[in-house]
Design a protein around this ligand. Structure first.
Ligand code: PEP
Ligand code: MN
Length: 362
């Protein structure tokens, strides 16, 4: 191992212990100048711990920019030499792992489209056997915790010691507020399942646009995430991929200054800290339940319109009994009392009827 590699390993060890860990850089490496300039501007902010860049880009549709490929690896190596920032890239095949390691990439991550495919994750895991490099596993694109933890376990079984998680949200159908719905409760569940693994939040791929990045980043910090991965670009509007969600290094610096970093209150007892964390989880889940209930009522409105157009009564006793039976059975299995389920169902039903009535009367 060269002296440079040794110092690089030391740096990573230190980095893994730091909180929060801030990772930033372009969605894609595009040109040598863009990579170097972004890295220099990021380093100058004094807020960034690691440089990210996509070298191979898994794109949903063909014909889009699919990454500069291995040609971009020396640019990252040079950016590291100049700025001292360790580097991180996404890998999806054995060849990509080998290429990344040849060019001293410090941290590898498995992308969301790879985590969904156990064959691909296994191929990457096999290529990592005997290698000492930290690996971050992004959540799969679908909300499947088994698949996410399966990915983590495959990499762990290959002998990788420094593992971490990246929460980048889950894709859904139709127009939503997010590019990928955060479904915070799923990430929280992973955090509880693997308390020893650092968890990063990726507001860029959750939001898909710049204006809501702060909100999501703050929420992640409030939820005690260990780090953030945020895409940045010297000229975001002209980025070759994910242009809408990238920010300039200057904006990233502002964001890092605006975020309220939650400190551990040493004056408070352990008990109070634990309580506070649980309360925050409750607040976020309540928020999520409200959003889901509101979505449910919007569908009720649509049904109301349909009934109106076809002159059908709002109350359909058969259908409602079916819902009661199903929800009560499933709810009880999930540990909720029958009494609570009855009240909950009554309230939801009444609200739903009121919504439909409004549509009928309109
Ligand atoms: C990325 O980080 O640029 C990326 C492709 O992310 P994801 O795998 O979350 O879509
Ligand atoms: Mn991207």
């Amino acid at each position: 191992m060269s002296t440079q590699q040794v110092s690089s390993k030391e740096k990573i060890k230190e980095l893994w212990a730091k909180r929060p860990i801030i990772v930033s850089g372009p969605c894609s490496a595009e040109t040598e100048e863009q990579v170097i300039e972004t890295a220099q501007q990021l380093a100058a902010t004094g807020k960034v711990d690691m440089l990210r860049a996509g070298i191979w880009k898994p794109r949903t549709k063909p014909g889009m920019f699919e990454g500069i490929g291995a040609k971009g690896l020396p640019w990252l190596q040079k950016a590291k030499q100049i700025t001292g920032l360790p580097t991180a890239i996404e890998v999806a095949t054995a060849k990509q792992v080998q290429d990344a390691l040849t060019f001293d990439v410090d941290v590898l991550w498995i992308g969301a489209r790879t985590t969904v495919n156990p064959f691909s994750v296994q191929e990457v895991a096999d290529a990592l056997r005997g290698v000492d490099v930290p690996v971050l596993v992004k959540n799969p694109i679908n909300p499947d915790l088994e698949l996410w933890s399966g990915g983590v376990e495959r990499i762990a079984r290959a002998g990788i010691k420094n593992l971490g998680l990246i929460h980048r949200g889950f894709s859904s159908y139709g127009n939503t507020q997010y590019r990928n719905a955060p479904m915070w409760h799923l990430a929280i569940e992973m955090k509880l399942k693997y308390p020893e693994l650092p968890i990063f939040n990726d507001p860029s791929h959750i939001c898909g646009k710049r204006d809501t990045l702060m909100e999501v980043a703050q929420k992640a910090i409030d939820l005690d995430y260990d780090g953030l991965m945020i895409e940045s670009h010297i000229d975001p509007d002209n980025a070759w991929s994910d242009a809408k969600q990238q920010v300039t290094p200057a904006r990233l610096k502002e964001m890092m200054e605006e975020i309220i970093w939650r400190k551990e209150d040493v004056d408070n007892s352990e008990y109070h800290k634990a309580l506070e964390k649980l309360r925050q989880q409750i607040n976020h889940l309540d928020d999520e339940m409200l959003q889901i209930l509101s979505q449910r009522m919007k569908i009720a409105d649509q049904i109301g319109q349909y009934k109106k157009d076809n002159n059908i009564t709002i109350l359909q006793p058969g259908r409602w009994q079916e819902i009661i039976d199903k929800v009560a059975m499933r709810g009880e299995k999930l540990g909720l009392s029958r009494d609570f389920l009855n009240k909950y169902l009554d309230a939801v039903h009444l609200e739903s009827i009121n919504h439909q009535k409004k549509v009928l009367d309109a």
